[in-house]
Ligand binder design. Structure first.
Ligand SMILES: [Zn+2]
Length: 283
């Protein structure tokens, strides 16, 4: 699997001269399978640039097919969708996976975003592509794009978000973009779910100091991410979902401090990567 980052910011886009290196778009990742199939993780504003890139492929001719998996429907994870050019081209097909269990609920969220209050498109029915909406359950493994996909429900402030475990040919990728661990701390089931993953992409929104002041927002500190990575014995930890107010220099410092926390908890053997827009890693 190859994982490319199109948006790595949390909460709201953060464009500007202080964020050019890591990028200012909100969450979006492109996962390519060994056979080249496409699974998109979250539909934040980074999805717009991914869409423009896809126009040069089968998606530009209305012959594209992809899965989109959604951690949750907060705005920083869906706002790129109306600006994702391939949805306007008839013939393209998308399967959208989310946590919403009630029939029609996930589709209604996307429909709501197209409402004339928010968008000139008015309705999903005015798009050219076709869509299937599927709800994910913790109990069921799903096959998407030939990949094995499982999910776990993560605490995220006053709500929850999904974490994912995606496997192909013995390799494993875990993703937890938005998670805050209230007392008594990191649940055992979360550690078990991530255990042994080759790559863990984990919420690294805050320094420990900022996280302590804003714990009700439901995001992790770099110290918590390092602890999860160590306890789950993952191969690589990828930092993501940086606070929108952190400059590139502050994210550099975040990475240096996260390295220190990893080493401090016995995770010196865990490789650390700070995700930035345009970066591709092999899983
Ligand atoms: Zn978020």
């Amino acid at each position: 699997m190859k994982l490319t980052f199109w948006g790595v910011r949390g909460s709201i886009p953060a464009p500007g001269p202080e964020t050019v290196r890591y990028g200012g778009n909100t969450l979006c990742m492109e996962l390519r399978t060994a056979s080249g199939d496409l699974l998109i993780i979250d539909a934040g504003t980074g999805l717009a640039q991914l869409g423009n890139r896809l126009l040069g492929t089968a998606f530009g001719k209305g012959r594209g097919e992809a899965a989109i998996v959604l951690s949750h429907a907060h705005m920083d994870h869906i706002q790129g969708f109306p600006f994702f050019a391939p949805i306007y081209i008839p013939g393209n097909r998308f399967t959208i996976y989310g946590r919403e269990k009630a029939p029609g609920r996930l589709e209604a969220i996307f429909e709501g975003q197209m409402n004339p209050h928010f968008s000139p498109v008015h309705s999903l029915k005015n798009l050219g592509a076709s869509f299937d909406f599927e709800s994910l359950s913790e109990r069921a493994e799903v096959e998407a794009c030939g990949l094995k996909l499982r999910c776990v429900t993560l605490p995220h402030g006053s709500t929850t978000a999904l974490g994912f475990r995606i496997e192909e040919e013995g390799r494993s990728l875990c993703v937890a973009t938005d998670v805050g661990y209230p007392e008594p701390g990191i649940p055992r089931k979360v550690i078990d779910f991530f255990h042994g993953a080759d790559v863990l992409v984990h919420d690294c929104t805050y320094t420990p100091e900022d996280q302590a002041e804003r714990s009700d927002r439901g995001f992790s500190s770099i110290e918590q991410a390092a602890t999860v990575a160590r306890r789950a014995e993952v191969g690589r930890l990828v930092m993501i979902h940086y606070d929108q107010d952190y400059s590139d220099e502050q994210v550099d410092t975040l990475r240096e401090r996260c390295r220190g926390f990893l080493d401090g908890v016995g995770g010196a053997g865990i490789e650390l990567i700070a995700a930035m827009e345009g970066m591709t890693i092999d899983v």
